[in-house]
Design a protein around this ligand. Structure first.
Ligand SMILES: C[S@@+](CC[C@H](N)C(=O)[O-])C[C@H]1O[C@@H](n2cnc3c(N)ncnc32)[C@H](O)[C@@H]1O
Length: 194
């Protein structure tokens, strides 16, 4: 059931029409593949790279992508996405990575649907993103910031913490994704910054 991932895929595309046009999308926490599959099904990206650190989950994502007929159009990476991003920063997209994984940061955007561990967001009216585990907002943003990034976060996430990440003179767009009238999650669209 790809309803929400398809809408997110559409919205990421509309945020990526900037100059230069983005041609690669990296799903940093691919999980069972829902978002990567939606990106591939859109047929708007030259490259979809899906990273997942758990081998069994990655196998499940590959199976799901095969069901949707897009397994071969996604580049699958069994690894740690934060390590991958650190290597990209290292040498402007090369960073000792395999040739197939080298990307042009100016033409790449990132999507992150991280684990929402730690204190449950359900127990807080406003979710303190500094408590999210194992990666809090600051960790995710620091890792992603050279590229535009879309973060999939709990629906009650603290908007004041998010607003502080806006690069000078730029805005962050926040979209609540609802089903049957109730928000399921928000995605924050953060422009690239130094
Ligand atoms: C919330 S799930 C992602 C769900 C996914 N969007 C989907 O549609 O199924 C988070 C995933 O991130 C993976 N993960 C956690 N830390 C990671 C890391 N450092 N690098 C890559 N994957 C990671 C977990 O194994 C888990 O499968």
């Amino acid at each position: 059931m790809l309803t929400c991932p398809s809408k997110i895929a559409e919205d990421i595309l509309s945020h990526s029409q900037s100059n230069p046009q983005k041609t690669t999308i990296i799903d940093l926490f691919a999980g069972a593949g829902g978002n990567s599959i939606a990106f591939a099904l859109s047929e708007k990206w030259d490259r979809v790279i899906a990273i997942e650190k758990d081998a069994a989950t990655l196998a499940c994502a590959q199976h799901n992508a095969a069901v949707y007929g897009v397994a071969d159009t996604i580049t699958w990476v069994h690894g740690d996405s934060l390590d991958f991003l650190a290597r990209l920063k290292d040498r402007g997209g090369k960073g000792g990575l395999d040739h197939s994984l080298q990307v042009d940061p100016a033409r790449t955007c990132l999507f992150a649907s991280p684990p929402w561990g730690g204190v449950s967001y359900r127990d807080q009216d406003v979710f303190d993103l500094s408590t999210m585990e194992p990666y809090n907002l600051a960790t995710l943003h620091d890792a992603c910031r050279p590229m535009g990034h879309a973060l999939y976060l709990p629906r009650t996430s603290d908007l004041r913490q998010i607003a502080k990440l806006a690069p000078a003179g730029r805005k962050i767009e926040v979209v609540q994704y609802c089903m049957e009238g109730a928000s399921k999650a928000m995605v924050v669209y953060i422009p690239a910054s130094e």
